[in-house]
Design a protein around this ligand. Structure first.
Ligand code: BTN
Length: 271
């Protein structure tokens, strides 16, 4: 499928930067889910770096079985196929690395805006300009295919709200977009190139070295540090992210818990 005008120069830019990701770049006006396309491509032997972008998804998926919805043409919907050796224990760290790369692409589009933050484990939030609560601007879904107990391929799916100005009622107070946050450039091509650069740098480095090389950046970008959190079982105050990517939660009993996965809510869990 030919690329739309705003993505036309991406293959040349990716080549000029020497990136493996984004090559080939496959565009669909509409598909069920770009993650599904990338997973299928992985099974059919597509090369490392194959990247799928769609204008619209009919069955976009988020983490924890949730749906991911975006009006046609209003978000960057992208999935990248990785074929990179990675010990199983490091898989969860790749999600954090992808979230950090997505955060950096969002921050760049907003003019290096430090209000762009990672909401552990891998959402991207933008803090309100006037001290308002943060809103979600992007999400990451990493899915792996294992063969014989080893990682055969990995799909990193990222959805970034680009020009969305109107969200469904239930998301209104919690979601935002680059346009709503005042981005000067809302070109999907620019955003995609920045994202691919970040994913190539951060995901591959984490697969090889673990999280240590990224830890300082991740800790600085953590949206939850200092916030009151609730997991449903535990409530307390977040003390950041440790070098193994665990969320540090100082319980009200004074005990430090290190969360490896799951969902945390700022304030009390809605019950
Ligand atoms: C989340 O916030 O829970 C993760 C959302 C991930 C959405 C992206 S959009 C492109 C790719 N295709 C999908 O079906 N999901 C990811």
């Amino acid at each position: 499928m030919t690329l739309p005008p705003d993505l036309e120069d991406v293959p040349a830019r990716v080549r000029a930067l020497g990136l493996a990701l984004g090559n080939p770049l496959v565009f669909h006006p509409e598909t069920a889910s770009t993650n599904d396309l990338a997973k299928e491509a992985g099974k059919s032997g597509a090369p490392h770096g194959t990247t799928f972008v769609a204008d619209a998804q009919t069955h976009g998926r988020g983490r924890q079985g949730r749906a991911w919805t975006a009006a046609p043409g209003e978000a960057l919907l992208v999935s990248v196929l990785f074929r990179t050796p990675c010990p199983l224990a490091r898989l969860p760290l790749l999600s954090l690395a992808a979230g950090l790369a997505a955060r950096d692409a969002v921050a760049l589009a907003l003019g290096d805006d430090p209000r762009a933050l990672v909401k552990w484990p891998n959402d991207v939030w933008v803090r309100g300009a006037n001290g308002e609560g943060p809103r979600k601007i992007a999400g990451v879904l990493v899915e792996s295919t294992l063969v014989g107990g080893r990682v055969e391929s990995l799909v990193v799916g990222v959805g970034i709200n680009v020009v969305t100005s109107d969200f469904p009622d239930e998301l209104h107070a919690r979601a935002t977009s680059l346009a709503l946050e005042g981005a000067r450039s809302v070109c999907r091509g620019d955003l995609l190139v920045a994202l691919l650069e970040g994913l190539e740098r951060d995901v591959l480095r984490t697969a090889v070295h673990g999280l240590a090389p990224l830890h300082e950046r991740l800790a600085r970008a953590c949206a939850l540090t200092g916030k009151r959190l609730d997991t449903g079982e535990l409530s307390g105050t977040c003390e950041g992210i440790d070098a193994e990517g665990r969320l540090l939660l100082r319980g009200d009993d004074g005990v430090l818990a290190r969360l490896v996965s799951g969902e945390v809510h700022v304030g009390a869990v809605p019950r």
